[in-house]
Write a protein that binds this ligand. Structure first.
Ligand code: GTP
Ligand code: ZN
Length: 207
């Protein structure tokens, strides 16, 4: 980590860089950076490949934690396959970034997501379930990604996502999203309704 990068965390950033290491995976090696949100001690990471600080737009994904999809192979959603596809794409490009934000359940937390899943088991959709619990439909804070990208000296990204709201929010937080790269993977009979609801109610792109 260079002194320049250390200094790129602005004084008012709530995100503090802690340390970095190699992360060898089945698709290739990443550098893993660890960050702490000093306000709530939440831990976030970024994975990079290649020289991301050269100025040219960087292929990237801002991924929100989904323990059930990312680690437990759940077929209720498409998160695990999206994460895998994004990691593979970045390795294939030889240059890129995955920012992994610990905003489980769109920010409502794992236990509330289990509560929401129970309501979905009883017939509600993903939006209705959050509302029935008195929780926001989407409580995520993507400004964290801006601080992390600034730290990595990444000025512009080609963003892998199907979520137009995420693109707008990232742009509003000052991230230069030069292109959206669709990320349609992991469809299965169990998540068909969930993906449909994301398109109908949350405006996600179909392609
Ligand atoms: N509250 C709640 N959160 C969910 C549910 N299914 C997935 N999530 C969470 O949603 C987040 C992923 O958001 P998505 O809406 O699937 O997708 P996105 O990140 O906005 O958009 P993409 O970039 O296209 O993946 C993760 O934090 C998951 O834990 C659900 O039914 N209820
Ligand atoms: Zn998921």
């Amino acid at each position: 980590m260079t002194a320049t990068q250390q200094n790129q965390i602005k004084d008012n950033s709530p995100v503090r860089f802690i340390s970095a290491c190699r992360l060898p995976t089945q698709w290739g090696e990443f550098t893993m950076y660890g960050f702490e949100d000093v306000r709530n001690k939440q831990e976030h990471i970024a994975l990079t490949v290649g020289d991301v600080s050269s100025g040219a737009p960087v292929l990237g994904r801002i991924h929100s934690e989904c323990l059930t999809g990312d680690a437990l192979f759940s077929r209720r959603c498409d998160c695990g396959p999206q994460l895998e596809a994004a990691m593979k794409a970045v390795q294939k490009a030889g240059r890129g970034v995955i920012v992994y934000l610990r905003q489980e359940g769109r920010g409502i937390g794992l236990l509330n997501k289990i509560r929401a899943y129970k309501l979905q088991d009883e017939g509600m959709d993903t939006v209705e379930a959050n509302l029935a619990l008195g929780l926001p439909i989407d409580a995520r804070d993507f400004s964290l990604a801006k601080y992390i990208l600034d730290f990595l000296s990444i000025g512009s990204v080609q963003l892998m996502t199907n979520n137009p709201h995420k693109v707008d929010t990232l742009k509003a937080s000052g991230i230069n999203v030069v292109k959206r790269v669709p990320l349609h993977v992991g469809q299965n009979p169990e998540n068909q309704q969930y993906l449909h609801t994301k398109m109908e109610k949350l405006g996600h792109f179909a392609n």
